[in-house]
Design a protein around this ligand. Structure first.
Ligand code: SAH
Ligand code: SF4
Ligand code: F3S
Length: 458
């Protein structure tokens, strides 16, 4: 798709909107990839003469960037749509819905039937066409559905308005080829498409020039990144090494790698690159080999644990975080014990826990032996108690140590405190001068609390 074409529509809408002081609200309901897409949507909207507001009642344009990875993500949208209907009736607000839910046919049908006032529906493969779709709606007063079933091309050069001026996300690939049997993502994001290395490096070099300090590389399976060979980059480990050389960038993170693709060259790159944070998010999903097989994860409990041991041996001080699903179809109490066992053995720094949610169109949805809701909740609570006790223990180890903290800004809960993060992504609150914001400084950790540490400048 030709981006120049969209730039013409940006210009046209910009002219139509000139002098009208129009406002927009964006709701982002998904993962960091969705957040990054939203930053691009905001970039386009700002160039079309809209200014951001969090007050939806004064919005002239409201956009929902949706997620469908679990049912509760979907529910959020339907709750909000009732609310915006009234605003539209009063103000003539244009309403758009985009993102992953729009790639689900049954959802699109439901919206057209039950929420016919929505003006624009567009999917994950047509995100860059917002200017054209908006122009058509404004000029022709029609409704638009712009959703493609085929994989969209990688679009470079979209304007972007970032949420933060210290940390930035950079999407390195779209889509997923793994088809874990519980997961909707491959159906709504299409097959893996990697960005060209020169485009990624160029984007990060520009971010460094703008003063950004921390970069998070994003993809559904970052370690299956494939470069075209430009700048000598064909795979993820080479990309990490190249980003590590960019002057001005001080921290590099990435999410998510897949355990099955965690090759030695990636482990060595993490070890060698001083800017790559020594915490790795390594999604486990289940600790039971039988369930892992049904999930189509392509590793066993033992292989996961061996990989963790190898990583810990090769990378001194390595911390790990993970994602776990409880209550996948067929999971018994004994199966679940294996998950608890892996959590005990690995001692994760952070665990993101999810209750299995049936997703239409995935193999998991058709499996027999769906676990009853109460049993899922019992397991969830058991896992949560274990995880929290481990976090508590881990936090204690920080007290008295000196940590390098990237200062991100004022604490949201206390105006007089600053907040930042350790290399291992722990929040640290401390008293300090605002001119420290944007710097990596040494802090002595003086106390620990469940979700944050307290530090002092030394
Ligand atoms: N590609 C990434 C993340 C995908 S979605 C990865 O593989 O890690 C983020 C997390 O949501 C997944 O890791 C999984 O733990 C969870 N998830 C995905 N589908 C789910 C479902 N149907 N029910 C509950 N949790 C789910
Ligand atoms: Fe979903 Fe699995 Fe792909 Fe992650 S790797 S997005 S869990 S299918
Ligand atoms: Fe959700 Fe789509 Fe991300 S389904 S988790 S927003 S890729």
């Amino acid at each position: 798709m030709n981006i120049e074409n969209q730039k013409q529509f940006i210009e046209k809408v910009n002219n139509i909107n000139a002098g009208k002081n129009l406002k927009y609200t964006i709701f982002t309901m998904g993962c960091q990839l969705n957040e990054n897409d939203s930053e691009k949507l905001c970039g386009m909207l700002e160039e079309m003469n809209y200014t951001k507001t969090d007050n939806i009642s004064e919005s002239d344009f409201i956009i929902f960037n949706t997620c469908c990875v679990r049912e509760n993500a979907e529910d959020k949208l339907f709750g909000k749509l009732g609310e915006v209907k009234k605003i539209k009736e009063q103000k003539g607000t244009i309403i758009a819905i985009c993102g992953c839910m729009m790639q689900e046919k049954h959802i699109v049908e439901k919206i057209k039937k039950s929420y016919p006032f929505v003006d624009i529906l567009f999917g994950t493969h047509t995100m860059h066409k917002l200017p054209e779709d908006l122009y058509t709606v404004i000029c022709n007063k029609t409704k638009i559905q712009d959703i493609l079933d085929i994989d969209g091309e990688i679009i470079e050069g979209l304007p972007i308005k970032r949420n933060d001026n210290i940390k930035a996300s950079v999407t390195i690939m779209n889509g997923c080829n793994n088809f874990c049997s519980y997961c909707i993502v491959p159906y709504v994001r299409g097959r893996e498409r990697s960005r060209n290395p020169e485009d990624i490096i160029n984007e990060i070099e520009n971010l460094a020039k703008e003063g950004y300090k921390e970069i998070t590389l994003l993809g559904q399976n970052v370690n299956s990144y494939k470069g075209n060979g430009n700048l000598g980059i064909t795979k993820f480990s080479e990309l990490l090494r190249a980003v590590n050389k960019i002057e001005g960038i001080e921290r590099i993170r990435f999410i998510s790698p897949h355990p099955k693709d965690f090759s030695d060259d990636v482990i060595e790159a993490i070890r060698d690159c001083e800017k790559v944070c020594k915490i790795i998010h390594l999604p486990l999903q289940s600790g039971n080999t039988e369930i892992l097989k049904k999930m189509n994860r392509k590793y066993t409990k033992e292989q996961y644990l061996e990989l963790v041991d190898k990583m810990k041996a090769k990378i001194p001080g390595l911390a790990l975080s993970t994602d776990i699903i409880v209550g996948f179809p067929g999971e018994t109490d004994e199966n679940f014990e294996d998950t608890l066992d892996v959590v005990k053995k690995v001692n994760f720094e952070q665990v993101y826990m999810f209750i299995y949610s049936r997703r239409v169109g995935t193999p998991g949805d058709k499996m027999e032996n769906q676990v009853p809701e109460p049993a899922k909740h019992v397991r969830f609570d058991k896992l949560k108690a274990l995880v929290e006790s481990q976090i508590d223990e881990n936090n204690k180890k920080y007290v008295g140590t000196i940590q390098k903290v990237l200062v991100e800004g004022k604490s949201k809960t206390n105006e007089n405190m600053l907040t930042g993060r350790t290399d291992t992504n722990k929040v640290v609150n401390f008293e300090g001068n605002e001119n420290l914001i944007g710097n990596i400084i040494n802090l002595k950790i003086i106390s620990e609390h469940m979700w944050y540490l307290k530090g002092e400048v030394i």
